[in-house]
Ligand binder design. Structure first.
Ligand code: MAN
Length: 525
């Protein structure tokens, strides 16, 4: 026998086996609405036991339009049981399971029309056409995955490169940090050393300043006592060391409201409930009440400068402690610190004159402080970069890093009202085309794809809270496409957004074929 004859024989054998298999399967006797995989559960020669085991009935009760099983398993081909399942083979397309309540309800659910067997003309068999369309679509998708797959492989390569570069950069930053921290320690030690020298040198000046302050305070106190004594003696006209009401009544300065007489209220103000005041009381307390009035009378009162009018009104004579202005009419609320007198200083001169050595020490310490602050800032910057790199390296950029190059890349989509912006692994925003600012629709959260394919969707959460509602969030569904772009943005529920993104990163011909395979074996059941 020649080679061709053998081949022909083998071919015929395969064909015959195939036909036989089809015949055997299509001949498997099964009640209406039962799938091939469940056919063996309905042996026609035996009584039928409900799937849940609760009842056994003669086989003739199966599909007799009367529900005998709680689980509806005895009526797969009628609508008698509310919970029954009707299987349509849909030869030429995809098999389907529908609730048996839809059997003979006048609506075509199965493309082969078998669910409407009571009125066979209602639903013609359109499975061949649908099957053809579906196969063409699936072929197109398979082609798309195939084309996109090569781009995905490039993305994987780039993504891995990016990640290893990031890891290298992180390593370098860690090294830089060690150096910078070392330098910071050195600069800190130098700063501390120079500051202690600076402090030592300034100590002499500080002590001198302190002494000077004390001396001035002492002098001020003495002056105040002297002043008070002079005034006391001036008003104590009979020199009996006691000031009486009669004695102050004739002194203008006690006439607080300047109405021409020292009345009872004014006496009360200075004397309290006493009839008279002795010298010590006058010096220790009365003088502080009287002095402001005295100064106003003498034109020595200087009110606090008003910012609006000070420039033109006050002439700068180079010594602002001696500025005199008009006495104010209103005297009720004058405070001690509103006052200033010609002959004593109230402010310290800030500019200190140091000797050359001290000046040098201050300069050196200042420079050391600056250098320390600079290196401190550098350490902080390095640390912040390290954190960013670590966070990025921890991000899940897809099973093979195919999404790594997209990190922080933004894609926009405009509809009639808004411009949406998706910055991958960062955030989603919405900007109204009219007035109004940008609204956050969520920050990168996690991969959130369903059906064992977590990389088919991204979740961005914790966006700006809606008025009276939840905080905005966005799901990004990802499908295969030759170019990365947003194809639609919707808001199916208030403040919950849905973005459809296509990208070659999601094109995987092997995975797609496998998925198709799984789908069809699932359909068979
Ligand atoms: C804005 C937008 C809308 C959202 C409402 C909720 O107008 O963010 O998408 O539905 O706020 O108030």
């Amino acid at each position: 026998m020649g080679y061709t004859t053998w081949l022909n024989k083998i071919n015929s054998f395969i064909l015959i086996t195939f036909v036989l298999i089809i015949l055997v399967f299509s001949e498997v006797p099964r009640p209406r609405g039962v799938s091939l995989s469940k056919a063996s559960l309905y042996p026609p020669t035996k009584d039928f036991t409900c799937f849940d085991g609760t009842n056994t009935i003669p086989f003739s009760y199966v599909n007799d339009d009367y529900c005998d099983c709680f689980d509806g398993s005895d009526e797969p081909g009628t609508s008698a049981c509310l919970n029954g399942i009707f299987h349509c083979t849909n030869a030429g397309h995809r098999p389907q399971n529908i609730p048996s309540s839809r059997v003979n309800d006048g609506i075509c659910d199965c493309c082969d029309g078998t669910d409407e067997y009571a009125a066979p003309d209602t639903c013609p068999n359109i499975c061949e056409d649908l099957g053809r369309e579906a196969r063409a679509k699936s072929q197109q998708l398979a082609d798309l995955h195939k084309q996109g797959n090569s781009i995905r492989l490039e993305l994987i390569e780039k993504g891995n490169k990016k990640r290893s570069e990031m890891a290298e950069q992180l390593e370098q930053l860690e090294k830089d940090k060690i150096e910078a921290v070392k330098l910071k320690e050195e600069k800190e030690a130098l700063k501390n050393h120079l500051e202690s020298k600076e402090n030592e040198a300034l100590k002499i000046y500080r002590e001198a300043e302190e002494k000077e302050r004390e001396r001035k305070a002492e002098l001020e106190k003495e002056n105040s006592i002297k002043e008070a004594t002079e005034h006391f003696e001036r008003y104590d006209s009979n020199n009996d060391d006691v000031l009486t009401v009669a004695e102050i009544k004739v002194v203008n300065v006690f006439d607080k409201n300047k109405d021409g007489e020292v009345d009872q209220e004014e006496i009360q103000y200075f004397f309290g409930d006493s009839e008279s005041i002795d010298r010590d009381t006058f010096i220790s307390s009365t003088w502080s009440l009287l002095k402001p009035l005295f100064m106003i009378e003498q034109g020595m009162f200087r009110p606090e400068e008003q910012p609006e009018s000070n420039d033109e009104d006050i002439e700068d004579n180079g010594d602002d402690e001696t500025q005199d202005t008009e006495a104010e009419e209103e005297t009720e609320d004058i405070d001690q610190h509103d006052l200033d007198v010609d002959d004593h200083e109230t402010e310290e001169k800030p500019s200190q004159t140091y000797d050359d050595d001290t000046k040098r020490l201050i300069e050196e310490a200042t420079e050391a402080r600056k250098q320390f602050t600079d290196v401190e800032r550098t350490v902080r910057e390095i640390e912040s970069n390290i954190r960013t790199f670590q966070q990025n390296l921890e991000k899940d950029y897809g099973p093979q890093q195919e999404y790594a190059t997209f990190d922080n890349e933004c894609f926009e989509y405009e509809d009639k009202e808004y411009v949406y912006r998706l910055c991958m692994f960062e955030k989603v925003t919405q900007k109204s085309k009219g007035s109004g600012g940008e609204i956050g629709l969520g920050n990168w959260g996690e991969w959130a794809g369903e059906n064992n394919n977590k990389y088919s969707a991204m979740k961005y959460t914790n966006g700006i809270t809606c008025w009276n509602g939840p905080s905005r969030s966005t799901i990004v569904n990802i499908n295969c496409g030759l170019e990365t772009k947003i194809v639609s943005v919707t808001e199916p529920y208030r403040c919950e957004y849905k973005i459809e993104l296509v990208t070659p990163a999601a094109c995987d011909d092997n995975a797609f074929a496998q998925q198709q395979q799984q789908q069809s074996s699932h359909d068979e059941l």
